[in-house]
Design a protein around this ligand. Sequence first.
Ligand SMILES: [Zn+2]
Length: 203
Amino acid sequence: MSSLVGPDEDDPRGKPAVPEDVQDAIKTLIRWSGDDPTREGLLDTPARVARAWKEYCVGYEEDPATHLSRVFEEVGGYDEIVLLKDIPFQSHCEHHMAPIIGRAHIAYLPTDFVVGISKLARVLHGFARRLQVQERLTAQVAQCIWDNLHPHGVAVVIEAEHACMTARGVRTPGVGMVTSRMMGVFREDQRSRKEVLSLMGFG
Ligand SMILES: [Zn+2]
């Protein structure tokens, strides 16, 4: 029966233990925010928050480049752009530890081999599940593909909303930030750049 339902959020059994000092830090934050960490509804919150942060930042436990180690050389002479569009992702900004929620478009122009298309998304998530700034996330994804697939070109465009801007500070919902990183032919050749951007749905 229990296999039919998802893991119980409130059941601590089988979950990694959260060190006392980590829980204390979150209790301090709750107190700092104006609430009482000893009231019933907040009792399990420190451990839950701590585990959630391990998940948000699980990217620190992997090297995203490993996703690009298995390549396919049988490409049947394919020598056009490979594009993975509209990949949803979540990250957290390193300035406020607030969510960054967005979509990425990742393209490359292969030389002699390609990777499984889902691997591009895995590279993105590997870097996104850390504390980030959007500019660096964009650059890291592009650089990783460039270094490991040795393509003729890489183009990465990321559109995202930052909760630190939409939920606090200037509180401007709906404002997106767009960053891009072009390498190889997409940087050097105007026509290639135009082509990849139009495939991504820009211009
Ligand atoms: Zn921020």
